[in-house]
Design a protein around this ligand. Structure first.
Ligand code: PHE
Length: 353
């Protein structure tokens, strides 16, 4: 029996040396330490031995078991190290390679400009008011005091929407400006307290549509940011101060502004307003076409007819309104020379912002 144990031990150790990978070593473990391994059979037979033989064989069997378990542990560890070393060489990383850049989304330049404007006007106490892009002739023109026969109402300028039955002199149109939102907003505010309508301080952003010849400076689709302030005692001075402050916040503290008399049916008096060219500081350059000034938008005091149409008594209330072109501002700030780039979704353009 003792001889048999020595033989079992030697066979197990020799077979262990031959095991070269984890699968082989697992096979070895089942064969030499598993339930039906030769060593286990010796343990099973202990009971059949003569009493005097039993202690010596038992002790020896335990020694052998310990020895081959220790050898198994050592061999497993060696193999583990070997596998690790092999994978470290074969799967070596070149840490000097440049990393892969994760593609990052970003906001459209027009959205960025709009948000900057919301921020500037938000700090001055204006809230954002949104209104519909599909309007009726009544809101887009009539309530804004557009005289019948005004050229803006012509087929050349306005997109008419063909839905339902013909609507006579009140067709459905795509809004040509954000100004109809003035009426919606004033009516909504006045509805809160018709006898004593609350003051209004809002900006109205949104897409506008005109049937235009598309050029580098004109698109059939563009957006506007309209401003409206209504309350007792609002003056043209408030309008000038607000827009001048806006220009300074947006283009820098030294920015000067200029107002030129103009005409809009829904404001009286009306003006166009310019900012001093921030590229040449007013000297005259290519961007301002030598004039030193850049046109930013239209503005004026809300016409009494428009106030009344919005539910505000022009004897008690005055107001001002302005309309800005956020895309125009984005073009000036970023020296974009073609307005058509905005909605072409060309990544080479969009990725620059
Ligand atoms: N609605 C005018 C336009 O589209 C701009 C404007 C808005 C002018 C508000 C005066 C006051 O040209």
């Amino acid at each position: 029996m003792l001889e048999q144990l020595t033989h079992v031990e030697q066979a197990a150790l020799a077979a262990l040396e031959a095991a070269q990978d984890e699968a082989a070593i697992e096979q070895w473990r089942v064969a030499h330490l598993g339930r039906s391994a030769p060593l286990m059979q010796v343990f099973d037979q202990l009971g059949t031995l003569a009493k005097e033989e039993r202690p010596a064989v038992g002790r020896r069997a335990n020694e052998v078991k310990k020895a081959i378990e220790a050898a198994f542990a050592a061999r497993s560890e060696t193999l583990r190290q070997l596998t690790l070393a092999r994978s470290l060489t074969s799967e070596r990383l070149d840490v000097t390679l440049p990393g892969r850049r994760a593609p990052l989304g970003r906001l459209h330049p027009d959205t960025q400009t709009l948000r900057e404007l919301y921020h500037v006007f938000g700090e001055m106490g204006f809230q954002v008011f949104r209104s519909r892009e599909v309007e009726t002739d009544e809101y887009n023109f009539q309530l804004l005091n557009f005289p019948v026969g005004h050229p803006a109402r012509d087929m050349q300028d306005t997109y008419f929407v063909a839905i339902g039955a013909p609507r006579g002199d009140n067709p459905v149109v795509l809004r040509t400006h954000t100004s109809p939102g003035q009426i919606h907003a004033m009516r909504a505010y006045a509805a809160m307290n018709p006898d004593n309508p609350p003051p209004v301080r809002i900006v109205l952003p949104g897409m506008c549509y005109r049937y235009e010849q598309v050029t580098t400076r004109h698109e059939t689709q563009f957006d506007q940011l309209e401003g409206l302030a209504v309350g007792p005692g609002i003056t043209f001075g408030d309008l000038k101060g607000t827009l001048a402050d806006m220009a300074r916040r947006l283009f820098g503290q030294a920015t000067r502004t200029r107002f030129r008399a103009s005409y809009f049916p829904f404001t009286e008096p009306s003006a166009e307003f310019d900012i001093e060219c921030f590229l040449c500081g007013g000297e005259g350059c290519g961007v301002c076409k030598g004039s030193g000034w850049l046109e930013i938008g239209g503005c004026g005091m809300v016409h009494p007819v428009v106030l009344r149409n919005g539910g505000y008594d022009p004897k008690r209330y005055t107001g001002y309104a302005f309309g800005l072109g956020p895309q125009r501002i984005a073009m000036l700030k970023n020296r974009i020379d073609d307005i058509r780039l905005f909605w072409q979704n060309d990544l080479r353009f969009l990725e620059q912002f």
